[in-house]
Design a binder for this molecule. Structure first.
Ligand code: C5P
Length: 239
């Protein structure tokens, strides 16, 4: 497999074409951004940590019969994945109140929800990724109702698998964001990444934050936190 032309560069990843049009090459960057790109930094080793962790997460989902775009880890910072058309929605699942849910509802951070909440946000940097309901999604024709139902169901399945897996590693899954895409066959797949950039992860005993909130809120070393997660997942700490 060969890395060919750059198709897209986002805040955290670059996507390249390959000689197979059904497959793309993903490179994880060492950049960290928060608050819709307002806060930025380069953090050595972050790309590798997110690539390792995402590869483990997607492999775990596939073992649990949840289809994802992931094909293989290609190098410490790169993956080969299926070429998908990304649905411009961010699907957030929450088990515990934190972040914008605390702001929106006034509920305290750490409040355990009776059942998981699933939310949709419109992926649009210019608008600041607003929260959308199903009518907004239909009005903008971002997804059809059946697709939306499927995304919600898959997101809850992912939550069940990840909550249990992290609990075994003494980590609480507070919330996370998923993206979905459709491949050439029209199949709906979990895409993008699942890493401490896209999940809130707290130590089960101390509630220490082991995710991007460390960067967002200047709570210490981001790589130390991500390394703790990778270590607990049994991943490759050193290359
Ligand atoms: O900021 P908020 O509380 O809405 O985030 C909910 C979850 O979604 C967090 O785990 C956060 O890291 C993730 N998220 C993300 N990308 C975004 C917005 C939120 O990964 N653009």
């Amino acid at each position: 497999m060969e890395k060919q032309t750059l198709l897209y560069e986002g805040k955290a990843k670059r996507i390249y074409s390959t000689e197979d049009r059904n497959t793309v090459w993903v490179e994880y960057k060492d950049s960290a951004t928060a608050f819709n790109g307002e806060k930025k930094a380069t953090i050595d080793g972050k790309g590798r940590l997110n690539n390792e962790i995402t590869s483990l997460m997607f492999a775990l989902l596939q073992q649990n019969n949840i289809t994802t775009h992931f094909i293989s880890k290609q190098s410490p910072t790169e993956q080969i994945v299926q070429h998908v058309e990304i649905i411009p929605l961010e699907v957030v699942v929450r088990n515990v109140v934190a972040g914008t849910l605390a702001k929106r509802t006034g509920l305290p951070e750490g409040h355990v929800l009776r059942k998981p909440i699933v939310e949709f946000y419109y992926k649009n940097d210019d608008l600041g990724d607003p929260l959308f309901n199903t009518d907004h999604i239909a009005a903008l024709e971002l997804a059809v109702p059946q697709q939306l139902e499927e995304m919600k169901e898959l997101a809850l399945q992912v939550n069940t698998v990840l909550v249990q897996f992290f609990a075994e590693k003494k980590v609480r899954l507070i919330d996370f964001k998923l993206e979905f895409g459709t491949n050439g066959k029209g199949e709906l797949l979990v895409a993008d990444e699942i890493s401490p950039d896209t999940c809130r992860l707290w130590d089960s005993e101390t509630n220490e934050k082991l995710d991007k909130d460390v960067f967002r809120r200047d709570l210490g070393s981001l790589t130390d936190a991500y390394e703790k997660i990778l270590e607990r997942l049994g991943g490759n700490l050193h290359v």
